[in-house]
Design a protein around this ligand. Structure first.
Ligand SMILES: [Ca+2]
Length: 196
């Protein structure tokens, strides 16, 4: 029976590969930004994405935005292109932490865009401020033949007082099924304390 199940699983993975999905599976332990990942900045103030260490699984991507009398400033971090040829649902999960000085004029976002049309968001989720790392997971309906990018944006916006936000992400997985056994990290589902 074990052998039989093994054959079934192997066949399922082969089928998933055959439809052309490019998995995104990034733990940010290597060079930064990882190959194919890009950053973009806008507004007036200080904004950056960089590699930091000491996260729940070692190194992670750290975004920051700070504004002091300058209005909106933002920093975006974008995954490599991926597709889901033959599929119409893409599943995503990542660990994140979001922290700011809490005046409601700073925050973080996750969204998916068409790779050829980055202004067109087909999935948009606001990220909730957290005092610790947590998992964020969901799915999005997509067209089977397009290519996409996943994006994270941290922002701050104020003309009168100093505002800042930090967004941390780690263990990003984008696949054609939730909890894909081929790309799932050992830490999936855990909530971990960070700010101590
Ligand atoms: Ca990591």
């Amino acid at each position: 029976m074990r052998t039989y199940l093994g054959v079934v699983v192997a066949s399922a993975l082969t089928a998933a590969s055959a439809v052309g999905l490019d998995y995104v599976n990034e733990d940010f332990e290597g060079s930064f930004p990882p190959a194919g990942w890009t950053t973009a900045y806008g507004g007036t103030g200080n904004a950056s994405w960089s590699q930091a260490s000491g996260g729940p699984e070692g190194k992670y991507a750290s975004g920051s935005a700070s504004s002091f009398g300058d209005g909106l400033v933002w920093a975006t971090f974008m995954s490599p292109e991926f597709n889901v040829k033959g599929n119409t649902t893409v599943y995503y999960r990542f660990d994140y932490g979001l922290w700011g000085n809490g005046h409601g004029v700073e925050g973080g976002e996750f969204y998916i865009v068409y790779a050829d049309e980055p202004a067109r968001r087909l999935q948009y989720r606001e990220l909730e401020g957290l005092p610790s790392w947590a998992e964020f997971a969901g799915s999005a309906a997509v067209s089977a033949d397009d290519r996409f990018k996943a994006c994270w944006r941290v922002w701050a916006d104020d003309y009168w007082r100093y505002h800042f936000a930090f967004l941390f992400i780690d263990d990003v997985i984008i696949a054609d099924q939730p909890r894909h056994p081929a790309v799932e990290p050992a830490s999936v589902g855990r909530v971990k304390a960070l700010f101590r």
